[in-house]
Design a protein around this ligand. Structure first.
Ligand SMILES: NC(=O)c1ccc[n+]([C@@H]2O[C@H](COP(=O)([O-])OP(=O)(O)OC[C@H]3O[C@@H](n4cnc5c(N)ncnc54)[C@H](OP(=O)(O)O)[C@@H]3O)[C@@H](O)[C@H]2O)c1
Length: 350
């Protein structure tokens, strides 16, 4: 083909879609037309991208006419139905949902870790990992390349925007109910103030932490925990990697944080790990506890890199490191990684 590729953003009005439009406006402009697609509810709305107001069109087969690459930022079931339709209409799909991530015929790509995988896409679909996996995988990919990863133990502190617009609306509404009160001092007082409707979360999230994300899977594990395990294995090409994960929701709007215990093939040193992380593309080392310096969501939100702090060698295992990572779940955790994948795919069109 000649000229710049045509891009469609499906789900342009959602939590991820809105950030996608910002990212497309900020990165090198390699695109020809950018088409915005959402549900019929949003058809006719105008959204700004690259400084231009563009009208949102309803999802339909015809909406993919002439589209070279389609970014899908929609619920799993919508992506499962419509991504193959977009492919049949001639587009390469980069999908942000969980619908195709574990399909052996769909590569799961993080450009800093396994960019080569993007080229083998027999179904015409490339999958974007989930936001919790993406929060840690760039830093872990760099450490794995040098030290050889053998085991992961992870706990997450996940922001409410990981549950989409509904998650953000829920926390903001709950915060306005509890602000300026003495709530949080008696059993159940926050729950009574918030009421029955806790949005996409099983418990109140304001003034609380909720040890749950996603839906129930076998033996008490959550879907989010299984995603981190399965997707980390696939991206790193380590199908037997032992991975134990506990996912926890915290009252943060955007930016996931994770504590990670990573065990490697042989002995590791903090200095060696620092050197790797300090030069790894997409990673910022922010680690000076004596000066009170470590990453927190309040500072990391709105930025692109994976931020790493609290780097220590495990006290009882010279082959293991402990670290704390933070990353914006709507940027690198979703829209940015998708845009980076699309740029890799677009390189083949030129
Ligand atoms: N939030 C995160 O941190 C995150 C991170 C990684 C991946 N993801 C994944 O990215 C996808 C989008 O998540 P989100 O958080 O942006 O969700 P969201 O805020 O709920 O937005 C959903 C988007 O999908 C559109 N949509 C819903 N049903 C549709 C239909 N039947 N036809 C066409 N469009 C439809 C919505 O359009 P309307 O506005 O018209 O309803 C909206 O644009 C999900 O698969 C999610 O799992 C999210």
């Amino acid at each position: 083909m000649t000229g710049k590729p045509t891009l469609a953003v499906v789900g342009a009005t959602g939590a991820v879609g809105v950030v996608m439009l910002q990212i497309l406006s900020q990165r090198a402009d390699i695109w020809g037309e950018i088409r915005l697609i959402a549900s019929p509810r949003s058809a006719g709305r105008k959204l700004a991208v690259r400084g231009e107001e563009i009208e949102v069109v309803a999802l339909s087969e015809d909406a993919f006419d002439g589209v070279d690459i389609a970014l899908f930022d929609v619920p799993d079931e919508v992506a499962a139905q419509w991504a193959p339709i977009a492919v049949a209409r001639g587009a390469v799909v980069v999908d942000n949902s969980a619908a195709f991530r574990l399909d052996p015929e769909v590569p799961l790509v993080v450009p800093e870790v396994n960019p080569h995988a993007v080229r083998t896409r027999p179904r015409g679909i490339v999958a974007n990992p989930n936001c919790t996996t993406l929060t840690m995988i760039v830093a872990l990919g760099a450490l794995h390349a040098e030290f050889g990863l053998r085991e992961l133990v992870v706990s997450s502190y996940q922001a409410v925007s990981g549950a989409g617009r509904a998650g953000v609306d829920t926390l903001r509404a709950q915060l306005s109910l509890v602000a300026g009160t003495e709530l949080g001092t008696k059993p159940g007082d926050v729950r009574r103030a918030v009421g029955e409707d806790t949005g996409p979360f099983p418990d109140p999230v304001a003034l609380n932490v909720v040890p749950w994300a996603g839906s129930l899977r076998q033996d008490g594990w959550s879907s989010e925990e299984m995603k981190v395990r399965d997707e980390s294995r696939k991206i790193l090409g380590l199908p037997q990697l032992p991975v134990a994960v506990t996912c926890v929701r915290v009252p943060v709007i955007t930016t996931h944080s994770l504590t990670v215990h990573a065990r490697f093939q042989g002995e590791v040193t903090v200095d060696g790990a620092r050197e790797i992380l300090a030069t790894a593309p997409g990673v910022v080392l922010c680690d000076d506890p004596a000066a009170g310096e470590f990453p927190t969501p309040a500072d990391v939100v709105g930025t692109d890199p994976t931020w790493v702090g609290r780097l220590r060698r495990a006290l009882d295992d010279p082959t293991a490191l402990e670290l704390f990572v933070c990353g914006d779940n709507l940027r690198k955790g979703a829209a940015l990684n998708t845009a980076q994948i699309a740029e890799l795919v677009a390189a083949d069109f030129c």
